[in-house]
Design a protein around this ligand. Structure first.
Ligand SMILES: [Zn+2]
Length: 295
């Protein structure tokens, strides 16, 4: 049994009281434990409580680094994220990608004329990024702050924000370190997704305890406002594939065969077109743009 720390019984985003909603089992790497999910009485965002003290053990073998043609395919698959940055920030932007993983997005952004920097906690992922972006990847925001890097036009978090134990503190740090001109793009599973309401504890995007919380649109707006930012929902064509992921990737996925992985992927591809119709407040995943007014 891992050591757990009982957190506050208030929403991580809007600070309103939360109430117990359901219990889920870790379907990913790490100990197969149950986690209680609480729901905010104001914004309907969710959080897990208690939170494991050592979250690191739920990330062992979590990251995979694609090689050869798989790497090229994964970099190419970042085209929709690039379209979001090009459209809402601009071409030739300076980008800080937080939770860069293997680095496929920063690789794609570099190839497309952006000046990229990365923050990644996993050592083997950082080593992979170092190969094509030497000297421009660090472990955390504190390390980034100490370097003499360019001021980012945008900080991106692609399915990363929900992994951060204190999202309000993270945005406060971003506000403190970067000028008001720096925008933030956050893509997250949506706590108010209609599929979440149907699949409940079996919804793959719940992913406890790696996803410490899941935000609703109102939750993102609240936490943005607490840090002097304004949030608006923006469109990313990837949202459809992430919705189809809900149907193709449920259940325990540790140690499954290559064949099962391929079948899941095919189901995801087949279902994706249907989810292009999915819009609005009940979508499976949402992308947000956070901006600040000049002081
Ligand atoms: Zn809330």
């Amino acid at each position: 049994m891992q050591e757990h720390l009982l957190g506050p019984m208030t929403c991580l985003l809007c600070d309103a009281p939360v109430k117990k909603w359901l219990t889920t089992t870790n379907g990913g790497v790490g100990p197969k434990e149950n986690f209680d999910i609480f729901q905010c009485t104001n914004c309907f965002s969710t959080l897990i409580n208690p939170v494991p003290v050592n979250l690191g053990i739920y990330y062992l073998d979590y990251h995979s680094i694609p090689k050869g043609s798989n790497w090229k395919r994964a970099v190419k698959a970042c085209k929709n994220r690039l379209a979001v940055v090009n459209g809402y920030v601009g071409k030739s932007a300076s980008i800080l990608d937080v939770g860069a993983g293997s680095g496929t997005f920063v690789a794609a952004a570099s190839e497309n004329g952006h000046l990229t920097f990365a923050i990644e906690q996993d050592k083997s992922c950082r080593e992979n990024i170092e190969v094509f972006m030497p000297g421009r990847v660090v472990e955390d925001l504190f390390a980034y702050d100490k370097k003499d890097f360019a001021v980012p036009d945008v900080v991106t978090l692609w399915h990363v924000f929900e992994h951060i134990p204190d999202p309000n503190d993270f945005l406060a740090q971003v506000s403190r370190i970067f000028p008001t001109t720096t925008k933030i793009i956050i893509e997250v599973p949506n706590a108010q997704s209609w599929l979440f309401k149907i699949m409940r504890s079996r919804w793959p995007h719940l992913d406890a305890p790696r996803h410490v919380f899941l935000p609703s649109k109102k939750g993102i707006e609240c936490v943005a406002q607490r840090n002097g930012m304004r949030a608006s929902r923006i469109r990313n064509r990837d949202n459809a594939a992430w919705a189809a992921f809900s149907l193709s990737h449920f259940g325990n996925r540790v140690g499954e065969s290559r064949l099962v992985q391929i079948c899941r992927r095919i189901v995801q591809i087949l279902f994706t077109p249907f989810f292009f119709l999915e819009t609005g407040i009940q979508s499976s995943t949402s992308t947000y743009l956070l901006v600040r007014d000049p002081k």
